[in-house]
Ligand binder design. Structure first.
Ligand SMILES: Cc1cc2nc3c(=O)[nH]c(=O)nc-3n(C[C@H](O)[C@H](O)[C@H](O)COP(=O)(O)O)c2cc1C
Length: 187
């Protein structure tokens, strides 16, 4: 699948078949994440791959609501054969090199979110190109997820995604027109 086609046809998938995803395929999508660009090539991301049903159940409980309804991705975390959790090591992305490291911009340490998002988007597009579904899940209790997965000190949880074969074909969600979001020469 061509990149532009993958970008335009990817959808957030919240219903999955029980069909297993083989390790080789999981490795291909992780490899796509690995090749994402990052601040000074700092590669602050780490990924945890979960296939264990109990752990997936606990992760589903760590997903939080963004409205008065439960988070729409909760059941997907429980149901999908695989869940990939993106973690990051703050204190690298966004910092000067070499030591002593200092934040370079007014965004402080938060460039780790940017780098990890780039890696996760590579992963979701690669997954889609292989016929797999994903959905970025950001509304989660990061501390709870870190505890469930034994994430060590110095690292934090950014987001997660279920990974599996789609059992739905969600409609396209509209996007703002370029004319509303793009400015030339001046904002
Ligand atoms: C940073 C981020 C966090 C998100 N968190 C959630 C979430 O917690 N639960 C959920 O169901 N979808 C979540 N989504 C998916 C968005 O709702 C979805 O991408 C958007 O509605 C556009 O739909 P599409 O991905 O099918 O194009 C998240 C997406 C992003 C980029």
């Amino acid at each position: 699948m061509e990149v532009l086609e993958a970008i335009k046809t990817r959808r957030s998938i919240r219903k999955y078949k029980t069909t297993a995803v083989d390790n080789k395929t999981i490795e291909i999508v992780l490899e796509a994440a690995r090749w994402a660009p990052s601040w000074a090539n700092s590669q602050c991301w780490r990924f945890v791959v979960v296939r264990d049903a109990d752990t997936k159940g606990k992760l589903a409980e760590a997903v939080v609501a963004v409205s008065d309804k439960p988070n729409r991705a909760t059941e997907a975390i429980r149901q999908a054969p695989v869940v990939i959790i993106a973690c990051a090591e703050p204190g690298r992305s966004g910092y000067s090199v070499p030591e002593p490291r200092k934040p370079v911009t007014d965004k402080g340490e938060f460039w780790y979110m940017f780098d990890t998002a780039l890696a996760m988007q590579n992963l979701t597009l690669a997954a889609h190109s292989l016929g797999l579904g994903t959905v970025h899940v950001g509304a989660l209790d990061a501390k709870k997820v870190a505890e469930i997965l034994g994430v060590p000190e110095g690292f934090c949880v950014v987001s997660m995604t279920p990974l599996g074969y789609p059992d739905e074909e969600p409609p396209l969600r509209p996007r703002r027109e370029l004319s509303e979001t793009v400015f030339y020469d001046k904002f």
